[in-house]
Design a protein around this ligand. Structure first.
Ligand SMILES: [Zn+2]
Length: 234
């Protein structure tokens, strides 16, 4: 959506991103200037905790309103989400969107090595032929969940208007074939413990986030593949 004055917009976007980062810092979800041990065993100077991003209702409402405003020109029948934190944000987006969309959610599951998302039967009638759907996610990492949600909508004959999220990792600007609006687009470095500049500086290691499940770690935006070790799928 390119409104007039592209250069001014690029500056605006940068300023806005800084504001959003500050908001996420105040929730305690975004932490910087430290030396974190990630669940993968890597070290990093920054960390974004998926669990904490939607814990301050007034902040979540504000951020949801920004996403809703971005998509305000498009008619939206349903805001669709999955996952607890994302659903809280999705509620705030739906509440602020001028189309007054319905809020629906899919449930996440795993069968063997495959992830899947399922639409509860009760929602079958709300996502149907021609339904315009805005998908809301908290953190975009691999985009795998989003791909599943898009497929779910399109199989039912619906149309995905776009995707709104709080945080997208830059290096993983996956092409989902839909407009993605992210409040923050940011990556931060992660280091192998054997080759960590923070360790070399003698900074004490902060272990408070080290215990999350390995599969969750990448979803929290921490890990990168190290020496051929594949990333867990998020
Ligand atoms: Zn280190």
């Amino acid at each position: 959506m390119p409104p007039p004055g592209k250069k001014a917009n690029a500056v605006d976007a940068e300023v806005r991103e800084k504001i959003h980062l500050e908001i996420l810092k105040r929730t305690g979800a975004y932490r910087t200037s430290d030396h974190f041990l990630l669940p993968s065993g890597h070290h990093a100077p920054e960390y974004i905790d998926k669990v904490l991003v939607t814990t301050e209702p007034s902040f979540t409402e504000g951020l949801g309103a920004v996403i809703a405003k971005h998509f305000a020109a498009w008619p939206v029948d349903v805001v669709l989400s999955t996952g607890l934190g994302a659903l809280i944000l999705a509620h705030c987006v739906a509440r602020a969107h001028p189309s007054r969309p319905i809020l629906a959610y899919a449930t996440k599951g795993v069968t063997g090595p495959r992830r899947l998302v399922t639409l509860p039967d009760e929602f079958h009638k709300v996502i149907d032929q021609g339904t315009k759907v805005l998908i809301v996610e908290d953190l975009i990492t691999t985009g795998e969940t989003l791909r599943l949600l898009i497929r779910l909508v399109e199989r039912r004959g619906g149309q995905v208007t776009g995707i709104g999220c709080l945080w997208q990792r830059n290096s993983l600007r996956v092409d989902l074939g839909k407009p993605v609006f992210s409040l923050v687009s940011r990556d931060f470095p992660t280091y192998d413990p054997g080759d960590c500049p923070l360790c070399r500086q003698g900074l004490p290691l902060n272990r408070e986030f080290a215990r999350a499940e390995p599969a969750e770690e990448e979803a929290r935006g921490g890990a990168k593949p190290v020496r051929g070790r594949p990333l867990p799928r998020a």
